[in-house]
Structure formats: C-alpha cells, structure tokens
Design a protein around this ligand. Structure first.
Ligand SMILES: Nc1nc2c(ncn2[C@@H]2O[C@H](COP(=O)(O)OP(=O)(O)OP(=O)(O)O)[C@@H](O)[C@H]2O)c(=O)[nH]1
Ligand SMILES: [Mg+2]
Length: 323
C-alpha cells in the first residue's frame, strides 16, 4: 500500500522501539500534529504495545501533580523501571507558568535515559487531545517504558477522557482547597482508583481524609476495590512509596479478579467510539467546512430556519461519510 509523503515510518519505528528519545519525540509530534502518514507509526508500533502500566494522575490546577509525577518517576527509576511521563498542559492563564516549573522540577532526570518526559501542549479547538495523549502513550509503550505517568488537570470532560487511557487513576486532592467531598463532580469520584491528599504538610488533612473514607466506604465498586487514601508531600517525596504500593496493589487486584482484559477491552471500546467520532468530524472539516461555515449553520438552526439533523446529514454526505 502506498503511503502519502510525510513521515518515513519504517526507520522511525525501529528507532522508537530501541528507545531513542529523539525518535520518540519525532513520532509523538507527528501524531500530535496529524502529519500525513503519522498513523502508520501507530499501526506499526501497535503489536509491540500493551506492556506498560499506564498511571493517570489527575487533580485541580496546582494540586502538585507534576511534583508527584516527578517523585514517582524517581521512585520507579530506583527500581530499575523505565518511565515515560506525559504532562497534558493546563491552558488556564493562572497556571501558564507551570510548564517552565515542570521543566525545572523534571530537570534532575534530564540526563537519565530511562525516563522520557513529554508535554502535550496543543489543545485543538475541536478536541483530539485525548487521542493525541493515547497515541503518545502507545509510542512510549512500544519504546519499552515499563510505567507511563499521564498528568492531566481534572476539571472537564476532556480530562476525564484522557484519564480513561490509564490502567490506574490517581486523584490528587489538597485539604482546604474547596475540594470538599460533597462538591466533587460525579464521575471524578468514580474514576479514581487511588486518592492522594497532597500538601499534607499544610492544612487539616485529617478532616478530608475522614470524609473521603466515609464516602468511599459507602459506595461499592463493581470491581470490589476499595480505593485507598494516601497522604503525600510531593515536594519532599513523602508518601511516594505508599502511593506506588497502592498502584501496585490495585493492579494486582485487577489481575487477580481477572479484570485486566475486561478493563482494557472497555477502554478500547471507548477509544474506538472516540476515534470514529473524530474521524467523521475530521472528514467533514476536510471537505471544506470551516468554523465560520459551522457558525453560519448554527445561526440558521438557532433561527429555526433549519433543523440540526438535516444539517448534520448534509455535512456527512458532503464529506462522503454518509450516503
Ligand atoms: N507545601 C507543599 N507544596 C507543594 C507540594 N506539592 C507541590 N507543591 C507546590 O505546589 C505548587 C504546584 O505544584 P505542581 O506540581 O506544579 O502542581 P500541578 O498540579 O502539576 O500544577 P498544574 O500542572 O499547573 O495544574 C508548586 O509551587 C509546588 O512546589 C506539597 O506537598 N507541599
Ligand atoms: Mg503540572
């Protein structure tokens, strides 16, 4: 099959598999930017994936996700594990300086070949970040990373989608940040396999811990897992071995209960739906429909000049997605 010009897949795939950081960076960028032929990278790397443990770290801006990822990565490195870190950048202007901070904090690993750190900075207007993150994780997986940490700000649906990429999800909370258990968005509570109360050197962590334990004790998960609550001081590395132990225990639980495959099947089912959705959207946009044109349709619909379904049908037909 002929591939369009763009990425030279074969040599790149080889270099990624050998763990070459430059090849990893190149492959992730190609996928992130949707370069022609980039999908060939995933297609060829795919048979070599499925070995890494994907750990999602999520939480409100500034809760200490990067600091904790940094420490956790260090912990795994000491155990001889190869680590990948994907930091999905928050776009909030309040945390705009975080990237630089991340770089500085991660610097101590800069000369270590067993760790690869990547920021996903592009947030497409029409989504796609979850896909890009998933693809980056596949590249790191094929590159032989044993553990892949995915840091994402847990605020919206997009972030929840990103966490769905992970095998194990860790939710960071900080006492006194308005993170009161009642106010948690439905869904966020359910996706966390491990709760971390970070900045345990500050504030009244006992109250939050007790509240959490009460809520967790009341709700029963279908997989029979009771999420542990771990206190950490990410800046000092305190509680990090306990967190790593929690991650390990959860994964052992999943495997013992025979749920590993089921979990991954479910995840792929969600990602398939996502990919189909994204593909259809992409085809529509490629057929020449731009943002302005969409806005034009939206205006017509709002004025009741047209109905939304006939517009969608028309767009899908024009893009060749529908008959
Ligand atoms: N006192 C204290 N400060 C901490 C702790 N963990 C992180 N911090 C500080 O909190 C700030 C935010 O930490 P980050 O690790 O950047 O937090 P983040 O969740 O990655 O932030 P965003 O990516 O911007 O959402 C930094 O100034 C850290 O030094 C902790 O356990 N105790
Ligand atoms: Mg961060």
């Amino acid at each position: 099959m002929r591939k369009p010009a763009g990425v030279q897949t074969a040599p790149l795939v080889e270099s990624v598999r050998s763990g070459d950081p430059r090849a990893i960076a190149r492959a992730i960028s190609a996928l992130e930017d949707h370069e022609p032929g980039a999908e060939g990278i995933v297609q060829e790397l795919f048979p070599f994936t499925g070995n890494a443990l994907l750990v999602g770290l999520t939480g409100a801006p500034g809760t200490g996700k990067s600091s904790l990822a940094n420490r956790l990565a260090g912990h795994y490195r000491v155990q001889g594990k190869r680590v990948g870190v994907i930091a999905v950048d928050p776009t909030s202007p309040f945390t705009g300086g975080a990237l630089l901070g991340d770089r500085i904090r991660m610097q101590q690993h800069a000369t270590d070949d067993g760790i690869y750190i990547r920021s996903m900075a592009t947030r497409g207007v029409l989504g796609g970040l979850a896909r890009a993150t998933g693809d980056a994780a596949l590249v790191l997986d094929a590159a032989g990373k044993d553990v892949i940490l995915i840091e994402t700000v847990g605020v919206g649906q997009d972030e929840v989608d990103i966490v769905r990429v992970a095998d194990v999800t860790v939710l960071l909370l900080v006492a006194g940040l308005g993170d009161d258990v009642q106010s948690f968005k439905a869904g966020v509570m359910e996706i966390a396999d491990i709760f971390v109360i970070n900045k345990a050197d500050r504030g009244d962590t006992d109250r939050l811990e007790n509240e959490l334990k009460v809520v967790l004790g009341l709700s029963r998960r279908t997989d029979g897992w009771l999420p542990p609550v771990v206190k950490t001081v990410a800046t000092e590395g305190l509680g990090v071995p306990e967190l790593a132990q929690g991650v390990e225990e959860y994964w052992v639980h999943v495997q013992r209960a025979g749920l590993r495959d089921e979990k991954r099947v479910q995840r792929w089912q969600e990602r398939l739906v996502e990919l189909i959705r994204e593909r259809a959207l992409e085809r529509v946009l490629k057929s020449g429909v731009g943002k302005e044109q969409l806005a034009g349709y939206a205006r017509q619909i709002a004025r009741r000049e047209r109905d939304p379904y006939s517009v969608v049908e028309e767009l899908l037909r024009a893009a060749g997605v529908a008959e």
